[in-house]
Design a protein around this ligand. Structure first.
Ligand code: GAP
Length: 429
């Protein structure tokens, strides 16, 4: 884990948030390569789950929602962790993590008894800070989709089964965030709410579990690092009938990447009751009216990025030196090609390399880099997982060919400049 955290900072994937002020604990900023990786991951999710399907509609809902949403959803009354405070050092702990529930694990001081702690972030809407203006930052993106159930039916008339999908930020005042970006207070979720006839719920749950599990494998996670784990009855969220986690083998142990839950008709019924709006589905074939069940695959973007970073990390010996390479698959890798001038003091070479990179950038993510010797530049590009390095040398000025080096095989080929873009596009498709 230390190697990943250090590589992320060194190469510009992820930085500590507010670092020049000593950092704000457990906040992280995605740098130039991190944001490309994260965007590629979100694009891949959207493509599979929205664009390639006929039955899922994309959404992008507000983070701030009517306070009644969180009463109806059960979050005001049920979204708690139990916490214990140290009476000596004042540190706060999640009670479930404590080995000894009387003694502080840090200073040995006496702990308070376990007390409920609501995980929602509260703030005020408008200029007046009074209880009537209290509002929450959403702790899950799901509710934005439930409250739009009637709008979607009116606007698009979808037939069951159908779903809504959304990617967006969520906020939880976690008692014990940690393990780099694994558990933070501000994070991004990618969620699908799939509405089904209750009699089809079990089958749909099974199909979604397999579909989500296979999505991670398809993007390159090693099978031995992925597993499914069924939730015990005592672990289930207040709204869930059943839940299966997709877990990744992180350096700190197996942990949840995504949960696939059967939320049954809890949410639509609650919102119908609290809003007094009709949120049932009318089946015009059977003329039945009912609340659909909801199958919910809910994954974390930041956790997935972390898992893909860890899974891609390789060290290998090359001529007595250690080569560090991030072996992302071609869809996720942040940069597809880097154009490097062999001699940065030769203006004709530099100009040609810049022109080539400008042309490649029109078709995929490419960078130009002349900030070191060619050996150093290759090593840097390997460390961020760049698939191809294109080198412009003296010979290029004469034969109009460049050297293309593959990240994975390290083999080099001479390719003519006018065929280069198509050559790379073929490799990337
Ligand atoms: N709508 C259902 C829901 O929110 P969840 O299991 O609480 O379910 C879903 O969260 C996913 O969101 C998790 O599998 C995880 O990937 C991500 N997630 C939840 N809390 C997180 C946190 N504090 N930091 C980072 N990711 C988190």
């Amino acid at each position: 884990m230390d190697k990943i955290v250090s590589l992320c900072k060194r190469r510009g994937f992820i930085f500590q948030g507010s670092e020049i002020y000593g950092g704000l604990a457990n906040t992280w900023d995605y740098g130039p390569y991190g944001v490309e990786l994260k965007n590629n991951l979100k694009k891949a999710w959207w493509k599979t789950n929205v664009q390639e399907r006929n039955d899922i509609l994309g959404m992008d809902c507000a983070i701030l929602m009517h306070p009644k949403v969180w009463e109806a959803s059960g979050h005001v009354h049920n979204f708690f962790d139990m916490k214990s405070d140290c009476m000596n050092c004042k540190k706060r702990f999640k009670s479930a993590d404590l080995k000894d529930d009387a003694k502080c694990p840090e200073c040995g001081g006496q702990l308070t008894g376990a007390r409920p702690f609501n995980l929602m972030f509260k703030t005020y809407q408008g200029p007046v800070e009074e209880s009537g203006n209290e509002i929450y930052l959403r702790p899950e993106t799901a509710q934005g989709m439930f409250v739009n159930f009637a709008n979607i039916q009116d606007a698009r008339h979808p037939k069951l089964p159908f779903g809504m999908a959304q990617i967006g930020k969520s906020f939880r005042n976690e008692i014990t965030p940690g393990n780099f970006t694994f558990r933070t207070r501000e994070f991004e979720q990618m969620e699908i709410e799939y509405f089904v006839n209750p009699k089809d719920a079990e089958r749909a749950l099974g199909e979604w579990i397999d579909s989500r599990f296979n999505w991670y494998l398809g993007l390159g996670i090693k099978p031995e690092n992925l597993r499914k784990r069924q939730h015990g009855k005592d672990e289930l969220a207040h709204y869930a009938h059943a839940c299966m986690d997709v877990e990744y083998n992180f350096p700190f142990g197996w942990a949840e990447l995504e949960g696939v839950a059967n939320r049954a008709d809890f949410d639509l019924k609650q919102h119908a009751q609290y809003s007094s709006k009709e949120l049932q589905y009318f089946d015009d074939t059977t003329k039945e009216k009912f609340y659909p069940y909801i199958i919910e695959p809910s994954g974390g973007v930041d956790r997935a990025v972390l898992a893909f970073l860890i899974d891609a990390y390789h060290e290998e010996k090359v001529k007595e030196e250690t080569r560090v390479v991030l072996k992302f698959n071609k869809e996720l890798c942040p940069v597809k090609a880097a154009v490097l001038p062999l001699l940065r003091n030769r203006p004709e070479i530099v100009e040609l390399a810049k022109n080539i990179s400008a042309d490649l950038k029109k078709s995929f993510t490419a960078v130009y880099d002349d900030t070191g010797s060619i050996g150093k530049l290759y090593r840097r590009q390997d460390e961020v997982g760049t698939l191809y390095c294109v080198t412009v040398d003296v010979q290029t000025l004469e034969d109009k060919q460049v050297t293309v080096r593959s990240r994975d095989t390290m083999l080099q080929e001479r390719i003519s400049i006018d065929q280069l873009k198509q050559y790379l596009i073929n490799k990337l498709s």
